[in-house]
Structure formats: structure tokens, C-alpha cells
Ligand binder design. Structure first.
Ligand code: FES
Ligand code: FE2
Length: 365
């Protein structure tokens, strides 16, 4: 099947009650993955850093987005900028640590040095080189924007701005008081599944919760779980009822409501009273992904409580890993091509699949 046939095999116009999932080839085909990396990961706003990682001038983070090495750094003028972390001399990575603080960006290969604003400051032993202007040899910039405590980049110069992509989600998240929460810890998981399997699992509207997550299910009012689709994001929410809940979960999941935001394509924000975790799903190949969880808590929340809360999230994640990897094996099987969606539960997946289809189709034109 050609790549175009694989993309157009999905019909985005069917209403949810008649919709099918995206075909299994979207999760297993290397040509699909290569185009997806360029148009989806390389064409959307990608979370790359937290503001607390870039608190002072010279603080930097290196990251890979859609196969592109990037460095994000706060300048002496306090502006946060992103650059391709590719030396203009012979393409070596200029910054080689995952994060740190530096006065200048110095390439380890031949010592070319760039200012924090990307300008080339020194190129040793280059005096005799003709037709060479330092001003034309700064690090190439990448679009970088911040929202709340999060720094994003977009490799597509023509994409709408970050706030426009967020749409109504920005105000909804702001109303949760996310700006007052503090980063506590990061956990990373590697899964033997395509990144979209993890997103699908997240967007099944709580469908799997009673079956997979006994502890979590015991504090959510599953019948009142809501799924709302917007242009670029899905909001799942549920009233909390900890009265008959499992003790360990009930102790660290307070408040009246749970809000679960998914932002196209690969970012989730999970909010409870005084709590936030962000999940970034990073593709590592056609059937591998890494999920990065960052946990935030209210400033007055003690470390012991926070650690127990992270442990509960970790347990939920371990429960999800098993089914995600099982799904990936099934997607490779000749016995499966597409499936159907629950109207009550799986509208979020329907949105995800239609947005993907739109971007992939535009990408192959
Ligand atoms: S590649 Fe960076 S200085 Fe040569
Ligand atoms: Fe789950």
C-alpha cells in the first residue's frame, strides 16, 4: 500500500457513531513514521523545557524535536531563545549536556563560540578565510514561545502561534492556578509502543479506568466523567469522590474535580487540587516512545506527601504500560486493521485521529 493510500484509508468525515480508528499501518509503517515526524512533530508546538530550568541568564536545555537537535537558552537580556544545536562550522553539537548554565555556547570540536543570543563570537584560526562574515554564521534560530511554566518550540515557521494553538485551553488551565504550583520531580518511562498508542489510551474517556486502574477508579465518579472536544485539545473531567476510595490514592488526590487536558498532538496536563503533572510523549521510532512526567505541587505541600503522590501516579503509569505494549503487538497482527469507537467514551480519540489525518494529508500534498 502506498503512503497516500494508507493516509486516505482513514475517513475523517464519519460521525463518531460510524467512525473507525486510524488504520494499524499508522502505528507500524516506517514511511508513515518518517512523514509524521516531519509534518506532525515538526509542525506543531512541542514542549521542550520548564521555566525553572531556565531561571537565570545562561541556563540552557538541549533537546531533540522531530530529529532536530536544539538548544534553548536564556540570554543576558533575559529573553529565552531556541537554536538548532548544530555548529555552523562542521555541524557538531555545540552544547552536549542535557542542561546546565553557560556564559557562552562553545562548540567542543574546534572551539567556535557563540553568544547566548546565538551570534558567532569567536572562530579560532579563521582570519585568512575569505568571504566569511561572523554575522552570517550565528546559530540558526527556532521559534520559541512560553506559556505558564512551559517553554515550547515549533520547527514550522508558518504554523500559528502557541497561544492560537492553545485556544481556550490557556484560560481554562490558568483558572486552575497552575502558575502557583512548583516543580517537584520528573519520571521518565520507555514503552514498546508507538507514541499514538499512548495518546489513544489517554483519550479513551476513562473507558479503561475500571478495568486497569482500580485505585484511580475508586476516587473518580466514573458515570459522570465528561469528554469535551475543542479545536486542538480535548478536556476530560470527572467529579472526585474519595469517600469510598482506596486509602493510598484518596490521601493524595484531593479536591472536587479532576481535569485532564490533552493538547494536540502529544502533550497532556493532569490536574487535581494543588497538583499537576505534565506528560510529554516523545516518539523514539515506529514502536517505541518515551513518556516524560513532570510533577508540580502547591508550594506548601510537604515533600513526603508529594513523594506519595508521585508513587500513585507511577502505579497508574505502570498499569498503562502493559496494555499499551499489548496493543502495539496487536497492531502488528494480520488480525487487526481498524476498530470502532465508543460514542460515550472515545470522542477524544476521534478528534486526535481527525487532526492527525488533516495534517498528514496536507503533508503529503
Ligand atoms: S564543528 Fe563546531 S567548531 Fe568545528
Ligand atoms: Fe490509564
Amino acid at each position: 500500500m502506498s503512503l497516500r493510500d494508507l493516509i486516505t484509508a482513514y475517513d475523517p468525515d464519519r460521525p463518531l457513531a460510524r467512525a473507525e480508528t486510524i488504520p494499524s499501518g499508522w502505528y507500524t509503517d516506517p514511511a508513515f513514521e518518517a512523514l509524521e515526524r516531519r509534518v506532525v512533530l515538526g509542525g506543531t508546538w512541542q514542549l521542550v523545557a520548564r521555566l525553572d530550568q531556565l531561571a537565570r541568564p545562561g541556563a540552557y536545555v538541549t533537546v531533540d524535536v522531530a530529529g532536530e537537535p536544539l538548544v534553548i537558552v536564556r540570554g543576558t537580556d533575559d529573553v529565552i531563545r531556541g537554536f538548532f544545536n548544530v555548529c555552523r562550522h562542521h555541524a557538531a553539537a555545540v552544547m552536549t549536556e542535557p542542561e546546565g548554565c553557560a556564559q557562552r555556547l562553545r562548540c567542543p570540536y574546534h572551539g567556535w563560540t557563540y553568544d547566548l543570543d546565538g551570534g558567532l563570537r569567536a572562530a579560532p584560526e579563521f582570519k585568512e578565510v575569505e568571504d566569511f562574515a561572523a554575522a552570517d554564521n550565528g546559530l540558526l534560530p527556532v521559534r520559541t514561545e512560553t506559556w505558564e511554566q512551559f517553554v515550547f518550540v515549533n520547527l514550522d515557521p508558518a504554523a500559528p502561534g502557541l497561544l492560537s494553538h492553545l485556544g481556550g485551553m490557556a484560560a481554562h488551565v490558568a483558572a486552575r492556578g497552575v502558575g502557583g504550583l512548583r516543580f517537584f520531580a520528573r519520571r521518565e518511562y520507555e514503552l514498546a509502543c508507538n507514541w499514538k498508542v499512548f495518546v489513544d489510551n489517554y483519550l479513551d474517556g476513562g473507558y479503561h479506568v475500571p478495568h486497569i486502574h482500580e485505585g484511580l477508579g475508586s476516587v473518580l465518579d466514573y458515570r459522570q466523567y465528561r469528554i469535551e472536544n475543542f479545536e486542538t485539545y480535548c478536556l476530560q473531567s470527572s467529579p472526585m469522590d474519595t469517600s469510598g476510595g482506596e486509602d493510598e490514592t484518596a490521601a493524595v488526590r484531593g479536591g472536587d474535580m479532576a481535569f485532564y487536558y490533552w493538547l494536540y498532538p502529544n502533550l497532556m496536563l493532569n490536574w487535581y487540587e494543588g497538583y499537576l503533572d505534565t506528560n510529554l510523549v516523545v516518539p523514539l521510532g515506529i514502536d517505541r516512545c518515551r513518556v516524560v512526567f513532570d510533577f508540580y505541587f502547591a508550594p506548601d505541600s510537604d515533600a513526603d506527601h508529594n513523594a506519595r503522590s508521585v508513587a500513585i501516579a507511577n502505579r497508574v503509569q505502570e498499569e498503562d504500560i502493559g496494555v499499551c505494549e499489548s496493543v502495539q503487538r496487536g497492531l502488528h497482527s494480520r488480525a487487526y486493521e481498524t476498530g470502532r469507537l465508543s460514542v460515550r467514551r472515545e470522542a477524544g480519540e476521534h478528534l486526535f485521529h481527525r487532526l492527525l489525518h488533516r495534517q498528514m494529508l496536507a503533508g503529503i500534498q
